[in-house]
Design a protein around this ligand. Sequence first.
Ligand SMILES: NC(=O)c1ccc[n+]([C@@H]2O[C@H](COP(=O)([O-])OP(=O)(O)OC[C@H]3O[C@@H](n4cnc5c(N)ncnc54)[C@H](OP(=O)(O)O)[C@@H]3O)[C@@H](O)[C@H]2O)c1
Length: 284
Amino acid sequence: MKKITLGRTQEKIPIIGQGTWGISRFFKDNNYYEQWKKSLRAGIELGMTHIDTAEFYGWGKAEEIVGEVIKEYNRDDLFITSKLFPMHLSKRTMKKAAEKSLKRLDLDYFDLYLIHWPNPLVSIKKQMRVLETLVNEGKTRYIGVSNFSLEQFKRAQESLKTVELINNQLKLNIIDQEIMHDSLSYYQKNDIIITAYSPLGHKGLKDINIWLMDKLEEIAERHNATIQQIAIAWLISHKNVITIPKAFHINHIKENAEAASIKLTKSEIELFYKKDSNFILNKL
Ligand SMILES: NC(=O)c1ccc[n+]([C@@H]2O[C@H](COP(=O)([O-])OP(=O)(O)OC[C@H]3O[C@@H](n4cnc5c(N)ncnc54)[C@H](OP(=O)(O)O)[C@@H]3O)[C@@H](O)[C@H]2O)c1
């Protein structure tokens, strides 16, 4: 699995990791959780060692399942991201939520801890103070945000004193490109990593329009790949973009890992842009 440098740190992170939104707490039998664990293990063994989770996913169940799987591996070989849900209002309750996530994951520290969505009831400054405290207390190595507009991201970065945000996790895929056209150039120039979430449009590209399907199928045939692999390869062709597809089925896990080896040409990448753009691409 290809790795890229995490912003201005010395850290390397896999260009494709694993999402966990979908691990449910309710009405599921043991086979369901065992299948999830098998898929996560298969992903780790294929190098998708960045696992993205959140206190919100399955109301803590996703973190519990991830915790059970990752204890089988060397901690230093993994990169674990989790997120604070915007329902905690005070510094004390925000910190407590982070500690509960760590407990469910059975970890001493996160590699990356994010604010899941900007909390409209708490100032950005206060949210950043909590993240800063968590770094200073050794509870997370790096911090970032998710679903922050570019303007919110800049405000958040400016309000930090001793640490920097290294990441914004945003909805970005071959269908939803608005955020990319609005902000990717800024993140590329400023060495911030974008984690593209819902890289397959959340539904595995099942409901895309004919125009996009035709183009994807044409490029997929050329590369002897699936359309989902092309959509993932397209995202990670951009400098500073990593992604975290979610897959319950092991065949999907394998295909997703293989997408890291697909090399699209500049013209194949540009074919899918909805606006003229001049993004920096990874070395082709
Ligand atoms: N920060 C945020 O607010 C936020 C929001 C949404 C998501 N996320 C993160 O991003 C992760 C991924 O996004 P997502 O869960 O919305 O959806 P996604 O990864 O865009 O799509 C998941 C769907 O694609 C299918 N799939 C996966 N690989 C495939 C392949 N190779 N071929 C065909 N179908 C494939 C999956 O099927 P199976 O599961 O049946 O294998 C599932 O139905 C989440 O799990 C979560 O960790 C973050």
